[in-house]
Design a protein around this ligand. Structure first.
Ligand code: NAD
Length: 420
């Protein structure tokens, strides 16, 4: 776990603070603020599940719909021992601004179950998933709220949610979740979409800052879905990935790690630790080592008040959601570090989720190159819009991204008016 810094704000408080900073900069009037700042709906579910040993264990799950002004709620489901309602509220809030930044017709939602998937059998995970899906079922659907994978959830888990939902409806409903296996209405390119989007935003940043990608030293915290794909693309495009870690430890090679071989090693052993041709380093040192591009791709609050001043990267690309606390933001900003904020940087995942939902709804599927081309267009357009606000208003990139996101939600809210 990234060290939770107790003296700092939790993720939800951070999300609210970031909203206020952008809303102040926009002079957003109090009525609209109160309409769009807080979650629309919050659901907590009690999940009794039979374990393999015959006993019943109780888990708690959440689904939060933050805002649906621009379309159905959209957001992943996280399985992790540290999942809390506040964390899910924060992640749902960020999803609203994220979908808006990349201008896809969704609002923000998020879900989670407090559990440790590493200590559960596959059958226990399936039973938790089906019970959770059944419990949130009245609130989700292709026109209402569309879950997707997040930390420690995957296409198989999405397939079980789709099946549970479809069994209850009596007919197959592909568009109820995204991130499904391709053979079940998933989109080509969804698995690597987040990392690919991260890569596109890094490419645009390097162009803007005139930093050559060739030979750029990269450190990646978190070698999961998002981190691995971003590292692989940077490696294939002549970046030099010098350090990588996962929850078990960190590896380093100043000449650059061979990412395909490291991926194979992780597949075979379950971790990057012990990869031949690397030396082991302390995970905390990965964040503060000299490098050009730092990619936090694990969990929230990795970069905080206590380590922010020691960060030497020129660019931070937030593949993870909320990896930098508000206090750390201020330090990074004053040290001139260019930040690609999460709601822009990792929006490739939800963008291809949107493509998947569109394909499911029209029963017409695209080839991978089509998906990549569309994704690249969306990411580059969003990056340029955010960069323009950053330069025109002289505000940090995070505030700029929030302004772009909040603006579209505000416009939709004004047009819809207040019910009743
Ligand atoms: P994942 O489960 O595939 O990978 C998470 C990785 O982080 C694992 O390798 C794990 O070992 C590692 N990790 C956990 N704790 C760590 C620690 N303290 N230090 C270093 N590594 C640690 O998850 P993911 O889907 O890649 O998600 C990672 C982040 O990206 C999350 O913040 C998630 O919300 C965000 N994100 C993911 C997607 C997506 O489509 N997968 C989309 C948007 C945002």
């Amino acid at each position: 776990m990234p060290t939770e810094v107790l003296t700092e704000k939790n993720a939800y408080e951070a999300a609210l603070e970031n909203f206020d900073m952008a809303a102040d900069e926009m002079d957003l009037e109090p009525d609209i603020r109160s309409m769009i700042k807080y979650p629309e709906r919050i659901l907590t579910v009690n999940l009794p599940v039979r374990m393999d040993n015959g006993h019943i264990e109780r888990f708690e799950g959440y689904r939060v719909q933050h805002n649906t002004a621009r379309g159905p709620a959209k957001g992943g489901i996280r399985y992790h021992p540290n999942v809390t309602l506040d964390e899910v509220k924060a992640l749902a809030t960020w999803m609203t601004w994220k979908c808006s930044v990349v201008n896809i017709p969704f609002g923000g939602g998020k879900g989670g179950v407090t559990c440790n998937p590493k200590a559960l059998s596959i059958h226990e995970i399936e039973r938790i998933t089906r019970r959770y899906a059944a419990s949130i079922l009245p609130f989700i659907g292709p026109a209402k709220d569309i879950p997707a994978p997040d930390v420690y959830t995957n296409p198989q888990i999405m397939a079980w949610i789709m099946d549970t939902y479809s069994m209850m409806k009596g007919y197959p409903v592909l568009g109820v979740v995204t991130g499904k296996p391709v053979s079940l209405g998933g989109s080509l390119g969804r698995n690597e979409a987040t990392g690919r989007g991260v890569y596109y935003t890094i490419e645009s940043t390097c162009e803007h800052l005139k930093i050559p990608l060739k030979g750029a030293r990269v450190a990646v915290q978190g070698f999961g879905n998002a981190g691995t794909v971003a590292a692989h693309l940077l490696d294939s495009n002549q970046g030099r990935v010098i350090a990588v870690n996962d929850s078990r430890g960190a590896v380093y090679n100043s000449n650059g790690l061979d990412i395909p071989k490291l991926m194979l090693h992780k597949d075979q052993t379950g971790s990057v630790v012990g990869y031949p041709g690397s030396e082991s380093i302390r995970p905390d040192d990965l964040l503060t080592m000299p490098c050009d591009i730092l990619i936090p791709a694990a969990l929230e609050n990795a970069i905080h008040e206590d380590n922010a001043s020691r960060i030497k990267a020129k660019i931070i690309a937030e593949a993870a959601n909320g990896p930098v606390t508000p206090a750390a933001d201020r330090t990074l900003e004053s040290n001139g570090i260019f930040l690609i904020p999460d709601i822009l940087c990792n929006a490739g995942g939800v963008t291809v989720s949107y493509f998947e939902w569109v394909q499911d709804e029209q029963h017409l599927f695209w080839d991978a190159q089509d998906v990549y081309n569309r994704l690249q267009r969306v990411m580059k357009t969003a990056f340029n819009e955010v960069l323009k606000v950053h330069l025109d208003r002289r505000v940090p990139m995070r505030t700029a991204a929030n302004i772009v996101g909040i603006n579209r939600v505000t416009e939709a809210t004004r047009l819809r008016g207040l019910y009743p």
